[in-house]
Ligand binder design. Structure first.
Ligand SMILES: Nc1nc2c(c(=O)[nH]1)N[C@H]1C(S)=C(S)[C@@H](COP(=O)(O)O)O[C@H]1N2
Ligand SMILES: [Mo]
Length: 318
Protein backbone atom coordinates (compact mmCIF):
# COMPACT_ATOMS: atom_id res chain seq x y z
CA UNK A 1 0.00 0.00 0.00
CA UNK A 2 1.36 3.36 -0.98
CA UNK A 3 1.20 6.13 1.50
CA UNK A 4 1.60 9.49 -0.14
CA UNK A 5 2.72 12.22 2.19
CA UNK A 6 2.17 15.60 0.71
CA UNK A 7 4.26 18.51 1.72
CA UNK A 8 2.24 21.48 2.91
CA UNK A 9 2.79 23.30 -0.33
CA UNK A 10 1.42 20.47 -2.41
CA UNK A 11 -2.14 21.02 -1.24
CA UNK A 12 -4.13 21.40 -4.42
CA UNK A 13 -5.86 24.70 -5.17
CA UNK A 14 -9.20 23.13 -4.68
CA UNK A 15 -10.69 19.95 -3.38
CA UNK A 16 -14.24 21.04 -3.76
CA UNK A 17 -15.70 17.73 -4.80
CA UNK A 18 -15.05 14.17 -3.70
CA UNK A 19 -14.26 13.48 -7.36
CA UNK A 20 -11.55 16.10 -7.33
CA UNK A 21 -10.02 14.57 -4.25
CA UNK A 22 -10.10 11.06 -5.67
CA UNK A 23 -8.70 12.19 -8.97
CA UNK A 24 -5.94 14.08 -7.35
CA UNK A 25 -4.93 11.08 -5.27
CA UNK A 26 -4.90 8.85 -8.28
CA UNK A 27 -2.75 11.19 -10.31
CA UNK A 28 -0.40 11.58 -7.38
CA UNK A 29 -0.09 7.82 -7.18
CA UNK A 30 0.79 7.72 -10.84
CA UNK A 31 3.18 10.46 -9.95
CA UNK A 32 6.34 11.68 -11.54
CA UNK A 33 7.66 8.16 -12.00
CA UNK A 34 5.01 7.42 -14.57
CA UNK A 35 5.98 10.36 -16.72
CA UNK A 36 8.96 8.52 -18.14
CA UNK A 37 6.85 5.48 -18.95
CA UNK A 38 4.42 7.66 -20.78
CA UNK A 39 7.18 8.88 -23.03
CA UNK A 40 8.22 5.32 -23.73
CA UNK A 41 4.56 4.68 -24.54
CA UNK A 42 4.92 6.77 -27.63
CA UNK A 43 3.93 10.26 -26.60
CA UNK A 44 6.23 12.72 -28.30
CA UNK A 45 9.03 13.94 -26.10
CA UNK A 46 9.09 17.60 -25.26
CA UNK A 47 9.03 18.91 -28.77
CA UNK A 48 7.04 22.01 -29.47
CA UNK A 49 5.01 22.38 -32.62
CA UNK A 50 7.35 24.32 -34.90
CA UNK A 51 6.43 27.98 -35.25
CA UNK A 52 7.66 30.76 -37.54
CA UNK A 53 8.44 32.88 -34.47
CA UNK A 54 10.68 30.28 -32.80
CA UNK A 55 13.80 31.89 -34.22
CA UNK A 56 12.92 35.31 -32.75
CA UNK A 57 14.26 33.93 -29.46
CA UNK A 58 16.10 34.81 -27.37
CA UNK A 59 14.41 38.15 -26.70
CA UNK A 60 16.67 40.80 -25.17
CA UNK A 61 16.50 40.86 -21.38
CA UNK A 62 15.02 44.04 -19.92
CA UNK A 63 17.39 44.97 -17.09
CA UNK A 64 14.61 46.90 -15.32
CA UNK A 65 13.06 43.62 -14.22
CA UNK A 66 15.59 41.64 -12.32
CA UNK A 67 15.22 40.19 -8.87
CA UNK A 68 17.53 39.26 -6.01
CA UNK A 69 16.45 35.61 -6.21
CA UNK A 70 18.21 32.85 -8.05
CA UNK A 71 16.53 31.71 -11.27
CA UNK A 72 14.79 28.37 -10.72
CA UNK A 73 16.33 25.75 -13.04
CA UNK A 74 14.33 24.62 -16.06
CA UNK A 75 14.73 21.02 -14.90
CA UNK A 76 12.59 21.93 -11.89
CA UNK A 77 9.94 24.24 -13.37
CA UNK A 78 9.33 22.09 -16.46
CA UNK A 79 8.43 19.10 -14.28
CA UNK A 80 6.22 20.83 -11.73
CA UNK A 81 3.26 22.48 -13.37
CA UNK A 82 -0.30 23.43 -12.68
CA UNK A 83 -2.46 22.84 -15.75
CA UNK A 84 -5.76 21.27 -14.73
CA UNK A 85 -6.68 20.72 -18.37
CA UNK A 86 -4.18 17.85 -18.27
CA UNK A 87 -4.77 16.58 -14.74
CA UNK A 88 -4.67 17.74 -11.17
CA UNK A 89 -1.18 16.53 -10.25
CA UNK A 90 1.93 18.63 -10.71
CA UNK A 91 3.43 15.92 -12.92
CA UNK A 92 1.35 16.55 -16.05
CA UNK A 93 4.17 17.79 -18.29
CA UNK A 94 4.02 14.56 -20.31
CA UNK A 95 0.24 14.72 -20.75
CA UNK A 96 0.48 18.38 -21.79
CA UNK A 97 2.55 17.42 -24.85
CA UNK A 98 -0.78 16.40 -26.46
CA UNK A 99 -1.73 20.06 -26.78
CA UNK A 100 -1.64 21.20 -30.38
CA UNK A 101 -0.28 24.75 -30.33
CA UNK A 102 -0.20 25.54 -34.07
CA UNK A 103 -2.12 26.79 -35.88
CA UNK A 104 -3.35 29.03 -33.04
CA UNK A 105 -5.49 32.11 -33.23
CA UNK A 106 -6.60 34.54 -30.57
CA UNK A 107 -10.05 36.04 -30.76
CA UNK A 108 -10.35 39.62 -29.56
CA UNK A 109 -13.93 40.72 -28.98
CA UNK A 110 -16.40 42.51 -26.74
CA UNK A 111 -16.01 46.24 -26.16
CA UNK A 112 -13.30 46.97 -28.73
CA UNK A 113 -13.15 49.29 -31.71
CA UNK A 114 -12.96 46.34 -34.09
CA UNK A 115 -13.30 42.70 -33.04
CA UNK A 116 -10.70 40.51 -34.72
CA UNK A 117 -9.02 37.15 -34.77
CA UNK A 118 -5.23 37.18 -35.00
CA UNK A 119 -2.73 34.39 -35.52
CA UNK A 120 -0.45 34.08 -32.51
CA UNK A 121 2.68 34.34 -34.66
CA UNK A 122 1.40 37.52 -36.32
CA UNK A 123 0.76 38.92 -32.87
CA UNK A 124 4.21 37.97 -31.57
CA UNK A 125 5.89 39.45 -34.63
CA UNK A 126 4.05 42.75 -34.16
CA UNK A 127 4.78 43.21 -30.47
CA UNK A 128 7.80 44.78 -28.68
CA UNK A 129 9.45 41.59 -27.39
CA UNK A 130 11.64 41.32 -24.32
CA UNK A 131 12.70 38.98 -21.53
CA UNK A 132 11.90 39.69 -17.89
CA UNK A 133 12.97 37.83 -14.77
CA UNK A 134 9.94 37.68 -12.47
CA UNK A 135 9.10 36.09 -9.16
CA UNK A 136 6.08 33.82 -9.35
CA UNK A 137 4.03 32.88 -6.30
CA UNK A 138 1.39 30.15 -6.35
CA UNK A 139 -1.48 30.39 -3.87
CA UNK A 140 -0.38 26.93 -2.64
CA UNK A 141 2.60 28.65 -0.98
CA UNK A 142 5.42 27.76 -3.33
CA UNK A 143 7.39 30.18 -5.44
CA UNK A 144 9.78 30.22 -8.36
CA UNK A 145 11.82 32.78 -10.27
CA UNK A 146 11.83 32.51 -14.05
CA UNK A 147 12.93 34.39 -17.15
CA UNK A 148 9.73 34.90 -19.15
CA UNK A 149 9.88 36.04 -22.77
CA UNK A 150 6.97 38.01 -24.11
CA UNK A 151 5.54 41.51 -24.35
CA UNK A 152 3.77 43.94 -22.07
CA UNK A 153 0.03 43.65 -21.96
CA UNK A 154 -0.07 47.42 -22.50
CA UNK A 155 1.25 46.93 -26.04
CA UNK A 156 -1.49 44.37 -26.60
CA UNK A 157 -4.15 46.84 -25.37
CA UNK A 158 -2.83 49.42 -27.82
CA UNK A 159 -3.41 46.90 -30.61
CA UNK A 160 -6.84 45.72 -29.39
CA UNK A 161 -8.15 49.27 -28.76
CA UNK A 162 -10.77 48.71 -26.05
CA UNK A 163 -13.64 51.20 -25.92
CA UNK A 164 -13.90 53.69 -23.06
CA UNK A 165 -16.77 51.65 -21.64
CA UNK A 166 -14.59 48.55 -21.16
CA UNK A 167 -13.67 47.96 -17.51
CA UNK A 168 -12.37 44.38 -17.51
CA UNK A 169 -10.26 42.08 -19.64
CA UNK A 170 -11.61 38.54 -19.68
CA UNK A 171 -9.25 35.81 -20.91
CA UNK A 172 -10.19 32.28 -21.85
CA UNK A 173 -8.11 29.13 -22.33
CA UNK A 174 -8.70 26.71 -25.26
CA UNK A 175 -11.53 24.20 -24.93
CA UNK A 176 -10.92 20.79 -26.46
CA UNK A 177 -11.62 17.74 -24.30
CA UNK A 178 -10.13 15.48 -26.98
CA UNK A 179 -6.70 16.99 -26.38
CA UNK A 180 -7.12 17.76 -22.71
CA UNK A 181 -8.37 14.86 -20.57
CA UNK A 182 -8.96 17.20 -17.61
CA UNK A 183 -11.67 18.91 -19.61
CA UNK A 184 -13.63 15.65 -19.63
CA UNK A 185 -14.09 16.11 -15.87
CA UNK A 186 -17.39 17.83 -16.18
CA UNK A 187 -17.54 19.06 -12.58
CA UNK A 188 -15.05 21.80 -13.50
CA UNK A 189 -16.40 24.95 -15.20
CA UNK A 190 -14.34 24.71 -18.42
CA UNK A 191 -12.90 26.57 -20.16
CA UNK A 192 -10.48 28.15 -17.68
CA UNK A 193 -11.25 31.86 -17.40
CA UNK A 194 -9.41 34.69 -15.73
CA UNK A 195 -9.89 38.44 -15.68
CA UNK A 196 -8.24 41.67 -14.59
CA UNK A 197 -9.29 45.30 -14.67
CA UNK A 198 -8.19 47.45 -17.60
CA UNK A 199 -5.97 49.39 -15.18
CA UNK A 200 -4.26 46.17 -14.06
CA UNK A 201 -3.83 45.03 -17.65
CA UNK A 202 -2.26 48.38 -18.51
CA UNK A 203 0.19 48.18 -15.59
CA UNK A 204 3.73 47.80 -16.85
CA UNK A 205 4.19 44.48 -15.01
CA UNK A 206 1.32 42.66 -16.76
CA UNK A 207 3.12 40.47 -19.28
CA UNK A 208 1.92 38.17 -22.06
CA UNK A 209 4.34 35.26 -22.19
CA UNK A 210 5.40 33.42 -25.33
CA UNK A 211 8.66 31.92 -24.11
CA UNK A 212 10.79 30.93 -21.15
CA UNK A 213 14.53 30.29 -20.69
CA UNK A 214 15.21 32.05 -24.00
CA UNK A 215 13.04 29.86 -26.22
CA UNK A 216 9.43 29.30 -27.22
CA UNK A 217 7.20 28.29 -24.34
CA UNK A 218 7.09 24.50 -23.84
CA UNK A 219 3.53 23.21 -23.76
CA UNK A 220 3.21 22.48 -20.05
CA UNK A 221 3.78 26.18 -19.22
CA UNK A 222 0.72 27.16 -21.27
CA UNK A 223 1.95 27.48 -24.85
CA UNK A 224 1.70 29.26 -27.12
CA UNK A 225 0.71 32.28 -25.04
CA UNK A 226 -0.09 32.76 -21.35
CA UNK A 227 -0.17 35.56 -18.85
CA UNK A 228 2.24 36.52 -16.05
CA UNK A 229 0.95 38.79 -13.27
CA UNK A 230 3.81 38.58 -10.78
CA UNK A 231 2.08 40.47 -7.95
CA UNK A 232 -0.91 38.12 -7.92
CA UNK A 233 -1.28 34.48 -6.98
CA UNK A 234 -0.38 32.16 -9.82
CA UNK A 235 -3.90 31.06 -10.71
CA UNK A 236 -4.51 34.50 -12.23
CA UNK A 237 -1.75 33.77 -14.79
CA UNK A 238 -3.97 31.99 -17.29
CA UNK A 239 -2.40 29.58 -19.80
CA UNK A 240 -2.94 28.83 -23.50
CA UNK A 241 -5.14 31.84 -24.19
CA UNK A 242 -7.61 31.59 -27.07
CA UNK A 243 -9.93 34.50 -26.46
CA UNK A 244 -9.64 37.97 -24.94
CA UNK A 245 -12.89 39.83 -24.34
CA UNK A 246 -13.37 43.38 -23.09
CA UNK A 247 -16.37 43.77 -20.80
CA UNK A 248 -18.15 46.25 -18.61
CA UNK A 249 -19.09 43.66 -15.99
CA UNK A 250 -16.61 41.79 -13.83
CA UNK A 251 -16.24 38.24 -15.19
CA UNK A 252 -16.21 35.23 -12.89
CA UNK A 253 -12.99 33.26 -13.04
CA UNK A 254 -12.67 29.46 -13.18
CA UNK A 255 -11.58 29.26 -9.53
CA UNK A 256 -14.13 31.79 -8.38
CA UNK A 257 -16.88 29.70 -9.94
CA UNK A 258 -15.58 26.61 -8.16
CA UNK A 259 -14.77 28.04 -4.76
CA UNK A 260 -15.40 31.77 -4.39
CA UNK A 261 -14.71 31.68 -0.66
CA UNK A 262 -11.09 30.68 -1.33
CA UNK A 263 -10.20 32.24 -4.67
CA UNK A 264 -11.43 35.77 -5.22
CA UNK A 265 -11.12 38.18 -8.10
CA UNK A 266 -8.18 40.29 -6.91
CA UNK A 267 -5.88 37.61 -5.47
CA UNK A 268 -2.97 39.91 -4.68
CA UNK A 269 -0.12 38.28 -2.76
CA UNK A 270 -0.15 39.16 0.94
CA UNK A 271 1.81 37.23 3.60
CA UNK A 272 -0.52 38.50 6.33
CA UNK A 273 -3.76 37.24 4.88
CA UNK A 274 -3.96 33.48 5.23
CA UNK A 275 -5.75 31.25 2.77
CA UNK A 276 -8.71 29.69 4.61
CA UNK A 277 -6.77 26.41 4.76
CA UNK A 278 -3.13 27.48 5.14
CA UNK A 279 -0.81 30.36 5.98
CA UNK A 280 0.63 32.59 3.25
CA UNK A 281 3.42 33.95 5.49
CA UNK A 282 6.17 31.89 3.85
CA UNK A 283 6.72 29.98 0.64
CA UNK A 284 8.67 26.93 -0.47
CA UNK A 285 11.45 27.85 -2.88
CA UNK A 286 10.78 25.39 -5.67
CA UNK A 287 13.63 22.89 -5.93
CA UNK A 288 15.48 24.07 -2.82
CA UNK A 289 13.62 22.42 0.03
CA UNK A 290 13.57 25.59 2.11
CA UNK A 291 11.06 28.31 2.91
CA UNK A 292 11.42 32.07 2.71
CA UNK A 293 9.15 34.89 3.87
CA UNK A 294 6.50 35.92 1.34
CA UNK A 295 6.51 39.57 0.30
CA UNK A 296 3.53 41.92 0.05
CA UNK A 297 2.48 42.06 -3.61
CA UNK A 298 5.20 39.42 -4.07
CA UNK A 299 7.71 42.27 -3.84
CA UNK A 300 6.09 44.42 -6.56
CA UNK A 301 4.28 46.97 -4.40
CA UNK A 302 6.18 49.91 -5.91
CA UNK A 303 4.61 49.10 -9.26
CA UNK A 304 1.10 48.12 -8.29
CA UNK A 305 0.05 49.37 -4.83
CA UNK A 306 -1.54 52.50 -6.37
CA UNK A 307 -3.91 50.35 -8.41
CA UNK A 308 -5.75 49.47 -5.21
CA UNK A 309 -6.10 52.92 -3.64
CA UNK A 310 -9.74 53.48 -2.79
CA UNK A 311 -10.51 49.77 -3.05
CA UNK A 312 -9.67 48.98 0.57
CA UNK A 313 -13.17 47.65 1.18
CA UNK A 314 -12.71 44.98 -1.50
CA UNK A 315 -11.30 41.55 -0.73
CA UNK A 316 -7.95 42.36 -2.32
CA UNK A 317 -5.80 39.53 -1.02
CA UNK A 318 -7.15 36.12 -1.75
N1 LIG B 1 -5.54 27.28 -18.28
C1 LIG B 1 -4.95 27.18 -17.09
N2 LIG B 1 -4.15 28.17 -16.66
C2 LIG B 1 -3.54 28.08 -15.45
C3 LIG B 1 -3.75 26.95 -14.61
C4 LIG B 1 -4.57 25.89 -15.11
O1 LIG B 1 -4.80 24.87 -14.45
N3 LIG B 1 -5.14 26.04 -16.35
N4 LIG B 1 -3.15 26.89 -13.37
C5 LIG B 1 -2.76 28.19 -12.77
C6 LIG B 1 -1.95 28.04 -11.58
S1 LIG B 1 -2.78 27.65 -10.16
C7 LIG B 1 -0.60 28.28 -11.56
S2 LIG B 1 0.27 28.23 -10.11
C8 LIG B 1 0.13 28.54 -12.82
C9 LIG B 1 1.25 27.52 -12.97
O2 LIG B 1 2.09 27.85 -14.03
P1 LIG B 1 3.36 26.94 -14.37
O3 LIG B 1 2.88 25.52 -14.53
O4 LIG B 1 3.93 27.50 -15.60
O5 LIG B 1 4.28 27.05 -13.18
O6 LIG B 1 -0.70 28.51 -13.96
C10 LIG B 1 -2.00 29.05 -13.79
N5 LIG B 1 -2.70 29.08 -15.06
MO1 LIG C 1 -1.30 27.99 -8.41
Amino acid sequence: MHVIRRKGWEIPESQVTPEAVAMNRRSLLKGVGAAGLMLAGGRAAMANDPAPTDNLHPYARNAAYTVEREITPEAITSRYNNFYEFGTSKGIWGEAQALKTRPWTIKIDGLVEKPMEIGVDDLIAAMPREERVYRFRCVEAWGMTVPWSGFGMKAFLDLAKPLGSAKYVRMETFLDPRQAPGQRQIWYPWPYVEAVTIAEAANELAFLVTGIYGKSLPKQYGAPIRLALPWKYGFKSIKSIRKITFTEERPKSFWEQLQAAEYGFWANVNPEVAHPRWSQATEEVLGQNRRIPTLLFNGYGDYVADLYKGLEKERLWA
